[in-house]
Design a protein around this ligand. Structure first.
Ligand code: NAG
Ligand code: NAG
Length: 515
């Protein structure tokens, strides 16, 4: 068989193969097929810098609904809004909530997801993740290019047309290319026409998007159309976000960390805490928020201690929030008044973890409660019907490299060191519902917004019964079922939750969370 015969045989075999499979598969010819294709294409001449290729294109798209595991079922047997309201009250409340939620979503500054399907067969190349642009500024649409042309269209000198549309901006051309017609420069719809592929791509290099509608953080979707293909290019419009840097002063612990304490009446506990800070971290400023009633109020004046007197019984989270508002260091350490620093508590390790990782908050372990140093949340339900199951098994995620015994988690203890700026952006909710007791609330607010961690081997002292005030304190503070219910109900409605529950795990009998 001559070389020519062999090649002809191969060609027939190939065409047969193509005939059988066309419509079911599509692929680019390999090198051998390519040379055949070149001969088939015969007279078609590629312009310089281009080559002629033949492709098979599937005519059918598989549109099969692949069954996916339903993740939407609520896994929660705890508190539900219906436990607190009658059916008609609930219906009214839900209507009000739907409206609140709509306003909340409208104000959200973080970008929503865009579903952006990139067609595999499209000849349009572009930055799929989009480009960034400051509001009312310009950006080049770098990387926009037509990668392949229908050879017969080029052969026939047909007009090649690219059309671009924007909603919040207009298109400029940094430069005009000869023999290319551009229409709509300076408007939201730009059309480019030419018969020459190279000139078309050259002109595309010079397209500039200019934002005209100011927004601090949003995106515009630029639609690019060419020969029946469409690409959607997100333009992320983002005003500069200025950093908030803290003066490091001498760079020592006391220059970089402020201790925030919420206290109520338990002055002997508070004094023990102050003494322990003075002993192990001398010179550290303490901000004490105190809502003790006048007749019991006691001044705890000491060096570096600022005691802020609040209206009596204004509340736990209200006090935490006041304390945080007074912090002017990069980090703060939150502690309750019944905690204290032990000789083996390592707060420098917390500072180091915040310095060296991207975590925002890291918490310690309470003595005698070592197994409950951390927990995670199981989030089920769909969109606006989220159910939260707080779990102590598993109680954390991965260990943080370089910090043995410290793990990523979702719910921490009430003793933690955190970055001031980020926790301020969430804040402690001063609502009366969290006046008497609160714990998880700051972590629910932090979900998806802050990275939190807990260390099992960094233990603090915790002694609620430390002082003579304990008996009287109980009268004021003991939450009782009513406060618990108020708090559960508040959380459900505040976060638009369908259900919340705590699973204490196999090895524990339920004990109440206490401040
Ligand atoms: C730390 O405190 C414990 C208990 O108070 C004590 O037994 C231990 O000797 C102390 N260790 C040091 C190094 O001071
Ligand atoms: C419960 O405790 C036992 C013994 O302390 C331990 O072996 C087991 O792993 C624990 N179970 C879980 C689910 O953590």
């Amino acid at each position: 068989m001559s070389r020519d015969q062999r090649s002809r045989l191969f060609r027939s075999a190939l065409l047969f193969f193509v005939g059988c499979f066309c419509g079911n598969y599509w692929f680019k010819f390999n090198l051998t097929a390519d040379s055949v294709a070149k001969r088939e294409a015969g007279s078609i001449q590629a312009p310089p810098g281009y080559e002629v290729k033949t492709i098979l294109r599937s005519l059918r798209r598989e549109h099969e609904d692949i069954p996916t595991e339903k993740e939407t079922l609520c896994k929660c047997g705890g508190q539900r809004p219906s436990h607190y309201l009658s059916p008609w009250q609930l219906a009214n409340k839900q209507k009000e909530q739907a409206e609140s939620l709509e306003r909340f979503e409208r104000r959200r500054i973080d970008l929503k997801d865009v579903y952006n399907q990139v067609e595999g067969s499209s000849p349009i190349s572009y930055p799929a993740h989009g480009v960034y642009c400051r509001p009312r500024r310009k950006v080049r649409l770098n990387g926009v290019r037509i990668d392949w042309f229908d050879a017969s269209v080029v052969q026939g000198q047909t007009q090649l047309t690219v059309q671009l549309n924007a909603e919040k901006g207009v298109f400029d051309l940094a430069s005009s290319v000869d023999y290319v017609a551009a229409e709509g420069e300076g408007t939201a719809q730009l059309t480019i026409r030419t018969t020459n592929p190279s000139l078309l791509n050259r002109q595309l290099l010079y397209i500039v998007y200019r934002n005209t509608l100011y927004d601090a953080n949003t995106f515009d979707l630029v639609r690019l159309q060419y020969a029946g293909f469409t690409a959607t290019i997100p333009v992320h419009i983002q005003q500069v976000q200025l950093p908030w840097l803290y003066d490091q002063k001498g760079g020592k612990f006391q220059d970089r960390v402020t201790v925030v304490v919420k206290t109520f009446y338990r002055y002997s506990n508070l004094k023990r805490l102050i003494a322990s800070i003075h002993e192990y971290y001398p010179g550290t400023r303490m901000v004490i928020a105190d809502d003790t009633p006048s007749k019991l109020f006691t001044s705890v004046q000491a060096p570096n201690v600022d005691q802020f007197r609040m209206p009596e019984n204004i509340g736990y989270f209200a006090g935490r929030n006041l304390g945080l508002s007074q912090v002017s260091t990069e980090y703060f350490l939150y502690t309750d008044d019944d905690h204290y620093i032990r000789n083996d508590t390592r707060l420098h390790m917390f500072m180091s973890l915040l310095d060296k990782t991207n975590f925002h908050l890291v918490s310690a372990t309470y003595e005698k409660r070592e197994s409950k140093f951390s927990s995670t949340l199981e989030v089920t339900g769909e969109n606006n019907h989220i159910c939260l199951l707080q779990r102590y098994e598993p109680n954390h995620f991965h260990e943080i490299p370089g910090f043995p015994g410290c793990y990523a988690n979702e719910i921490c203890q009430n003793f933690f060191m955190a970055s001031t700026n980020e926790v301020k952006s969430i804040g402690f909710d001063p609502d009366q519902a969290l006046a008497r007791i609160g714990h998880e609330e700051i972590f629910l607010s932090a979900l998806g917004r802050l990275r939190t961690a807990a260390c099992r081997n960094n233990v603090i002292g915790h002694n609620r019964k430390g002082g003579p005030e304990f008996k009287d304190y109980g009268k004021f503070r003991n939450p009782g079922e009513k406060s618990e219910a108020l708090r559960f109900k508040y959380n459900l409605f505040k976060h638009n939750l369908a259900c919340t529950q705590i699973d204490w795990g196999m090895n524990t009998t339920k004990t109440k969370t206490k401040k």
